[in-house]
Design a protein around this ligand. Structure first.
Ligand SMILES: *[C@@H]1O[C@H](CO)[C@@H](O)[C@H](O)[C@H]1NC(C)=O
Ligand SMILES: *[C@@H]1O[C@H](CO)[C@@H](O)[C@H](O)[C@H]1NC(C)=O
Ligand SMILES: *[C@@H]1O[C@H](CO)[C@@H](O)[C@H](O)[C@H]1NC(C)=O
Ligand SMILES: *[C@@H]1O[C@H](CO)[C@@H](O)[C@H](O)[C@H]1NC(C)=O
Ligand SMILES: *[C@@H]1O[C@H](CO)[C@@H](O)[C@H](O)[C@H]1NC(C)=O
Length: 566
């Protein structure tokens, strides 16, 4: 036994990989070749690191991140480990005598690959759900709290170091040290590195592509909050347009609900298929006047007055300031189902941004809004978080792949901001002779909200294994990938792996809606292809509209060949 163990240890640590895809020759266990203890992990990390805890868990064990080290999490959840793994949290040093906290999951049955997960909002906690989900695939996975434990932004006040940590430094450091600890722990080189994030996490992925193009082979960026300098102000201005609550122009939740239903009623048939899904919201001609109150309306909550119609127009139109300055794109038709969360009052994503990141302090009130703040925001670009360096050629040149998606019915970050980003990248790369299609695929997902989900009315297909989606599936956090369809056509992680490792590009993905998201075993309700932007999925004209095979991608398909109308 002893000799065998010794032989295996030698094999693991000394012999170079025969095949990059070979599974580990021995599943490590706690107390085995790889020790999962605070002391053992500490010896793999740079000097000055603090291991907060490290323990080995068996598959199906439950892990609850300790509150004392995860106080910034909006809620502490328990997670079921899909595979046996070493789980640890450590604080690593950053410049200016600062630090960030990273969570790491190292599965025993490692797939030889590494995945970094992104954050949400103002970040401020390790994304445990995302990295535990990544371990289902066998990835060694890391997530950082970006340098602060907090859901707000007070930490950013007069603190340029903290802003730089949040903007890009902590993420890159988590990648570098996450890779190093992974390779030392398993005694093997990582075969491929991936990134998956949505919202703030989408932005962090794009920032990595722009600033550290060597960090990843494949980046999956969902609904990226990439235009920080304008997005945060837009998050607030839409609420200002709908304020104060007692004004004539205010849309209450009842009015928003009315509007949401009216949009589907008018727009759904315009795409040729009546299924409650608006396939291209920007192609719909919508008349909110259909909701106008008659002079003698008895129930003002069942119709809109002329001032409210003006608010609807503001929200459905691009934000443009003096001299035709385009600030941020419009909320899309079919995003109304969750507007109440965004426009009921001016969002803290904006007010906190102005107070703490633009440094105007706690006395600042949204009533003090001044369009000059847009200029100030552009000048400061706090933490250099905005990802507007559209020349992605370094990432392209090193062979990187980027998969970007955005819900057409996103109520939190207008879908048009992703369209704008994509177009800017195309504008930056085509003059360099680079066809973006060779390494960058962008998909709009009809009826999907922010990073996942859909309304009960639309019931649109949205499950693609994007970051955070598994947390909305199942009841006890033990659902991963796209249940029943764990393949490269339905799961963007597997699609990205197939693209990076086999060169098979994801020309067509399929999104899934389950009958019951809380119990995917009840079966699939509908599936539909997602098309490479700007192509759109069109119904072929016969067969079940809920079956993907009865749809095809039509229109310009994004390829710069001149012969690309399909
Ligand atoms: C770890 O770092 C976070 C900031 O990222 C800090 O809030 C926390 O206090 C640190 N924990 C320890 C034990 O030093
Ligand atoms: C708009 O442009 C004019 C002419 O260039 C300039 O004088 C004015 O200050 C601009 N207004 C704003 C709000 O930028
Ligand atoms: C800011 O980020 C961009 C990429 O988004 C990068 O090109 C630029 O060098 C960064 N600037 C600084 C000062 O770090
Ligand atoms: C690469 O292609 C082979 C053959 O189709 C397949 O078995 C394998 O799973 C693919 N690898 C990845 C990472 O998708
Ligand atoms: C787009 O169409 C062109 C021409 O038909 C084809 O060569 C290319 O592979 C297509 N690209 C995608 C992403 O479908």
């Amino acid at each position: 036994m002893f000799l065998l163990d010794l032989l295996q240890t030698i094999l693991l640590f000394k012999v170079p990989l025969l095949s990059q895809f070979a599974p580990p020759s021995r599943a490590p266990t706690s107390g085995g070749a790889f020790e999962c203890s605070a002391d053992a992990i500490k010896s793999l990390l740079p000097e000055g690191s603090k291991v907060l805890y490290a323990s080995h868990y068996d598959a199906d064990d439950s892990f609850t991140p300790p509150l004392e080290h995860n106080s910034g999490a909006s809620r502490i959840s328990s997670y079921v480990l899909p595979r046996s793994a070493c789980v640890f949290q450590a604080n690593l040093t950053l410049p200016g005598e600062t630090e960030h906290s990273v969570g790491v999951v190292l599965p025993d049955d490692w797939n030889g690959r590494f995945l970094t997960a992104g954050n949400g909002g103002f970040s401020g906690s390790v994304s445990w759900g995302s990295i535990i989900d990544a371990s289902w695939y066998g990835f060694a996975a890391v997530s950082t709290n970006t340098g602060h434990e907090s859901s707000g932004a007070e930490w950013a006040y007069h603190n340029q170091e903290a802003l730089a940590n949040w903007g890009y430094r902590a993420m890159h450091d988590a990648v570098v040290n996450g890779k190093s600890v992974t390779e030392q722990y398993y005694g093997k080189k990582i075969a491929y590195s991936y990134y998956r994030g949505c919202s703030a996490g989408g932005k962090q992925g794009l920032k990595e592509v722009e600033m550290f193009p060597d960090d990843f082979d494949g980046v999956i960026a969902g609904a990226p909050a990439w235009w920080t300098t304008h997005l945060q102000l837009w998050n607030m201005i839409v609420g200002i347009w709908n304020s104060p609550a007692e004004s004539l122009h205010h849309l209450s939740n009842e009015h928003i609900d009315l509007l949401a239903h009216e949009v589907i009623r008018q727009c759904d048939p315009q795409d040729g298929v009546e299924d409650n899904v608006v396939m291209n919201p920007d192609a719909c001609i919508f008349h909110p006047e259909a909701l106008l109150c008659a002079d003698d309306a008895e129930d003002p909550s069942a119709c809109l007055n002329t001032e409210q119609i003006k608010t609807v127009y503001k929200l459905h139109n691009d934000w443009v300031e003096a001299n035709h300055t385009f600030v941020f794109p419009h909320l899309t038709l079919s995003s109304e189902w969750k507007w109440s969360g965004l426009v009921s009052s001016p969002s803290r994503l904006g007010t906190d941004y102005v107070k703490w990141m633009l440094q105007l302090g706690d006395d600042w009130r949204w009533e003090d809004w001044d369009p000059k703040l847009i200029q100030l925001s552009d000048e400061l670009n706090p933490g250099n978080a905005t990802t507007d360096d559209y020349d992605l050629s370094p990432f392209y040149n090193k062979g990187g792949k980027l998969l970007h998606y955005h819900g057409w019915s996103d109520w939190s970050i207008a879908a048009g901001s992703s369209i704008y980003f994509y177009d800017q990248v195309v504008n930056a790369l085509r003059p360099k002779g680079i066809n973006p299609d060779d390494f960058y695929r962008f998909y709009l997902i009809p009826g999907m909200g922010h990073c996942g989900g859909t309304s009960d009315l639309m019931n649109a297909p949205w499950v693609i294994a994007g970051d955070g989606q598994s947390s909305s599936l199942g009841r006890d956090g033990n659902v991963h990938s796209v249940p029943g369809h764990e393949d490269a056509k339905h799961d963007v992680v597997l699609a990205m792996m197939n693209w990076v490792e086999n060169g098979t590009s994801p020309d067509e993905l399929i999104a899934t809606k389950f009958v019951n998201d809380k119990d995917p075993e009840e079966g699939v309700y509908r599936q539909r292809p997602l098309c490479v932007y700007p192509a759109e999925a069109r119904y072929k004209g016969s067969g079940d509209i809920n079956a993907a095979e009865n749809w095809e991608c039509r229109g310009y398909n994004g390829t710069d060949t001149g012969d690309n109308l399909v």
